[in-house]
Design a protein around this ligand. Structure first.
Ligand SMILES: Nc1ncnc2c1ncn2[C@@H]1O[C@H](COP(=O)(O)OP(=O)(O)OP(=O)(O)O)[C@@H](O)[C@H]1O
Ligand SMILES: [Mg+2]
Length: 442
C-alpha cells in the first residue's frame, strides 16, 4: 500500500499548488505584482501538465483504478468521474492558460475572467483530490489484494515528482520554494467542506513560527527512526502529533529537546538554529519537555519536584509561579509535602506538567500525557492542556490517543514509521477517513 502514501504525498503537493494559485490570483489586481504572479501561475500549470498529467494520472488510471474495477466495490461512479476529469484536465488547463496569456499580453479587461478561471480550476482540483481520498482510497485499502498492491506499488515507487518528490530537480526547486513561501502552513486534505479545509489553515498561518523542523532524521545505531520530518508550530498554537506505537513520536520529541541527536535536517526555535544546541541550553531558551511516563522523582516531595523545573531560573518569581501551579492543579497543593511516589498516575502527570511549566516554557512539549490513565483522568488532563493553550502557551503534544489530541489541536500531524503522512487542522483530520480507520477505530 506504499502507493497510497505516494499518492497522498502528491496530493499534498497539488493541494499546496492550488492554495498558492488562489493566493496569486488575489495579487493580480495589483499591477506591481501582476507579472510575477502570472509567471508563477504559468509555472504551476506547466508542472501539472508535465508531471501530474504525464505521470501521476496515468498511473492511477492504469494501476489503481483498473485494479479496483476488477473487484466488486461501491465506488464505480466516483472512479468514472475521476477518470473523466483526468481526460478533461488538459482541455480545462488550456482554457486557463489562454486566460493567463491574454492578461500577460496586457489585456487587463480579461482579468476578472482569469481570476474566475483560477478559482474554478483550484476548486475542481480540490474536489478531485477529496473524492479520491475520501472514497477511492479507503475502498482500495479494503478490497485490493496483496498481488494487486505489488503491481500498484511497483509502478508508484518508480515515481520522481520533480516538484515535491525526494529528488526534486533543481529547476523546480525555485518554484517549490515559491509555493511554500506563498502557503507556508501545512495544508490538510480530505475535509468534509471546503471552508473547513482552508479557513483554519489560513488564520493559523499568521502567528510567528516558534518551532520549525525541516527534514529531521534520527537514528538508533543503524536503525533509522525518523525519515525527514517537516513540521511548524506557530505562536500560541496547540499542535498535535498522533501515531501508533513505535511510529517515532517520542524520538521526535527527544530530538526537539536535544536528548536524542538529529542525524540530519534542521531545528529552528524562533528562527534560531538549535539543531546542535545542548539540551540544557534549549531549556534556557524555553523548550520544556514533559517526558513519556512522567518520570517524577518518587522519593522527593511534590514541591521539590516542582522546584526542579525552575532550576534554570534566577528570577525572584519562583514562589509566585508555584502558587499559580497550585491554582491550576489544586490536588498538588494538598499533597505538596508528600513524596511524589505517593501520587496516582494522573496526579503524577499533573506534577510532571507543573514541573515543566515552572521552567516558563515558550514551547511546552508533552509526550503522551494520557498514557495509562482512566478515561475520566484523560479528560481532566486534556482540560488542563486546553487551559494552558488558552493562557497563550505554545504546545506541541504527542499522543496515541488521536481522538482526544486532535479534538483540541489547532493543527495535527499523523506520523507513521518515521514519516509524517498527513497534516491539517485538527478538526479536519478527525473527519479524515484514513485517520478514522487507522486511529479512531471507526
Ligand atoms: N533506544 C532505542 N534503541 C533502538 N531503537 C529504538 C530506541 N527507542 C526507540 N527505538 C525505535 O525507534 C522507533 C520509534 O520509537 P519511538 O519510541 O519514538 O516511538 P513512539 O511513537 O514514541 O511509540 P510509543 O507510542 O510506543 O511511545 C521504534 O521502531 C523503536 O523500536
Ligand atoms: Mg513514545
Amino acid at each position: 500500500m506504499k502507493a497510497l502514501d505516494i499518492i497522498q504525498g502528491e496530493h499534498r503537493g497539488m493541494w499546496r499548488v492550488a492554495s498558492a494559485m488562489d493566493a496569486l490570483a488575489q495579487t493580480l489586481e495589483r499591477p506591481e505584482e501582476r507579472t510575477a504572479s502570472i509567471q508563477a501561475i504559468g509555472a504551476m500549470l506547466d508542472y501539472i501538465d508535465g508531471y501530474i498529467d504525464q505521470v501521476h494520472h496515468p498511473k492511477e488510471d492504469q494501476y489503481l483504478f483498473s485494479a479496483l474495477k476488477r473487484h466488486a466495490h461501491g465506488v464505480g461512479a466516483v472512479i468514472e468521474r475521476l477518470e473523466h476529469e483526468h481526460r478533461d484536465g488538459p482541455r480545462f488547463r488550456d482554457e486557463l492558460r489562454q486566460a493567463v496569456q491574454s492578461v500577460a499580453a496586457g489585456r487587463s479587461n480579461d482579468m476578472p475572467a482569469l481570476v474566475q478561471s483560477v478559482a474554478e480550476f483550484t476548486e475542481q482540483l480540490r474536489a478531485h483530490i477529496r473524492a479520491e481520498e475520501m472514497h477511492v482510497m479507503p475502498e482500495a485499502r479494503k478490497v485490493l489484494t496483496a498481488q494487486d498492491w505489488q503491481a500498484i506499488d511497483a509502478a508508484f515507487l518508480d515515481n520522481d515528482d520533480p516538484l515535491f518528490g525526494a529528488r526534486a530537480r533543481s529547476e523546480f526547486e525555485a518554484l517549490k520554494a515559491r509555493i511554500i513561501a506563498i502557503t507556508p502552513a501545512p495544508v490538510g486534505l480530505g475535509g468534509t467542506a471546503p471552508a473547513e479545509v482552508s479557513a483554519p489553515a489560513a488564520s493559523e498561518a499568521t502567528g510567528e513560527i516558534v518551532l520549525k523542523l525541516r527534514g529531521i532524521t534520527s537514528h538508533y545505531g543503524r536503525i533509522q527512526a525518523l525519515h525527514g520530518i517537516d513540521l511548524d508550530v506557530r505562536q500560541g498554537q496547540l499542535v498535535a502529533l498522533v501515531g501508533a506505537n513505535g511510529a517515532g513520536k517520542t524520538t521526535l520529541l527527544r530530538t526537539i529537546s536535544g536528548v536524542q541527536p538529529a542525524s540530519g535536517g534542521s531545528i529552528e526555535l524562533y528562527g534560531q538554529d538549535i539543531t546542535r544546541m545542548a539540551p540544557d541550553k534549549r531549556v534556557r531558551q524555553g523548550v520544556c519537555q514533559v517526558p513519556e511516563g512522567r518520570q517524577v522523582f518518587g522519593p522527593m516531595s511534590i514541591e521539590d519536584n516542582m522546584r526542579l523545573g525552575a532550576y534554570t531560573r534566577r528570577d525572584s518569581e519562583i514562589d509566585q509561579d508555584m502558587e499559580r501551579m497550585y491554582s491550576i492543579f489544586p490536588v498538588l497543593k494538598e499533597k505538596r509535602m508528600l513524596p511524589a511516589g505517593t501520587l496516582s498516575g494522573g496526579q503524577q502527570q499533573m506534577l510532571a506538567m507543573a514541573r515543566a511549566l515552572m521552567g516558563r516554557p515558550k514551547l511546552l512539549l508533552l509526550d503522551e500525557p494520557s498514557m495509562g490513565l482512566a478515561p475520566l483522568l484523560v479528560e481532566e488532563i486534556f482540560r488542563v492542556v486546553k487551559r494552558l493553550k488558552a493562557e497563550g502557551i505554545t504546545i506541541f503534544l504527542v499522543e496515541q490517543n488521536a481522538q482526544a489530541a486532535l479534538s483540541i489541536a489547532d493543527i495535527g500531524y499523523v506520523i507513521e514509521t518515521g514519516h509524517t503522512i498527513l497534516s491539517g487542522p485538527g478538526a479536519e483530520l478527525l473527519h479524515n477517513e484514513q485517520v478514522k480507520a487507522a486511529y479512531l477505530g471507526m
